[in-house]
Design a protein around this ligand. Structure first.
Ligand SMILES: NC(=O)c1ccc[n+]([C@@H]2O[C@H](COP(=O)([O-])OP(=O)(O)OC[C@H]3O[C@@H](n4cnc5c(N)ncnc54)[C@H](O)[C@@H]3O)[C@@H](O)[C@H]2O)c1
Length: 281
């Protein structure tokens, strides 16, 4: 029997990380890491807490693994009791997302790890209007300090691929949820099952230099063209449309205002806003 490849999974205690931990376990040995409690490692798992901004710790984590799935970092919104109360501060974004992501790529380079699958985000392009198809080569248009860090992450991935020969797959995840809960999720949702499949395809596709794939399900009302998905063998199974009728009846699922509906940034569009909508065409 062929030995399983070992994958380092950062952010393993997070929402996506927990789903990937379960979903990838049958096919890979997993080295799990997070700054938070990871629980007891099961068969085929190792767990090691670390702060991604600690370069030496990240270098140690990467030793002896075949690939890295980098999900760790802070999100764009700060929430209290489920409600957004602001956006992540610069210090957290700098430490966890910018230094953390640089450390992950540098660790891969030092340890000779061939492939890194990187969790990017729609928020690197959040101030494009929803009426615009954001292309894989569209210049970044970040909506937050978080979105800025994801634009950095994609650029870092390309840099490490071009300069050092790393194989990098950046996944522009739109809305990861167990099911869509808002009308606007209909265009952006990725289901847990499709998320696992997307990461599996990103680990297995043989001929990668630097590629970007949208992290979305097979949504009828998709806002994104995903030209690399088919090539990678990613054929998502879920479609948000099955929830539409239910969402239409739910007042809590409606867009909160026209401004949020305008941009891909959605709930983060209005955060700290002092811009001019007419200038963002
Ligand atoms: N959930 C979404 O809809 C969505 C959308 C776009 C992109 N993404 C990206 O996907 C990835 C996973 O998202 P998620 O929803 O699971 O987020 P999450 O917040 O649930 O998980 C992220 C994990 O990273 C860990 N982390 C943060 N800072 C760290 C540090 N300095 N050192 C070590 N660990 C640290 C956190 O403890 C957390 O467990 C993130 O990079 C996120 O930006 C998610």
């Amino acid at each position: 029997m062929k030995d399983k490849r070992t994958v380092l999974l950062t952010g393993a205690a997070g929402a996506v990380g927990r789903v990937l931990r379960d979903g990838l376990k049958p096919d890979y040995s997993l080295r799990l890491t997070d700054i938070r409690e990871l629980g007891e490692p099961g068969p085929g798992e190792e767990a090691q807490a670390a702060d991604l901004s600690d370069a030496e710790a990240v270098y140690r984590l990467a030793e002896g693994v075949d690939a890295i799935v980098h999900m760790g970092g802070v999100l764009g919104a700060v929430r209290e009791n489920g409600k957004m109360v602001g956006e992540s501060c610069w210090e957290d974004v700098l430490r966890s997302n910018i230094m953390g992501t640089y450390n992950v790529f540098e660790a891969a380079r030092r340890a000779g790890v061939k492939r890194v699958v990187y969790a990017s985000s729609i928020h690197a392009h959040g101030y494009y209007r929803r009426s615009t198809r954001v292309g894989l080569d569209s210049p970044p248009r970040p909506d937050t300090r978080y979105g800025l860090s994801k634009a950095f992450g994609e650029a870092a991935g390309r840099y490490f691929a071009d300069k050092y020969g790393l194989q990098v797959v950046a996944l522009r995840i739109a809305t990861f949820k167990h099911r869509p809960t808002l009308m606007r999720d209909l265009g952006t949702w990725i289901s847990p099952g499709d998320m696992v499949e997307l990461v599996r395809c990103s680990l297995e596709y043989p001929d990668t230099h630097f590629d970007v794939l949208w992290g979305v399900s097979n949504n009828t009302r998709s806002l994104y063209d995903n030209p690399n998905a088919r090539r990678y063998g990613y054929f998502p199974k879920d479609d948000s449309e099955q929830y539409r009728a239910e969402l239409l009846k739910d007042p809590a699922a409606a867009d909160s205002n026209e401004f949020e509906r305008l941009f891909h940034a959605a709930h983060l569009a209005a955060s700290e806003w002092a811009g001019d909508v007419s200038k963002i065409t």
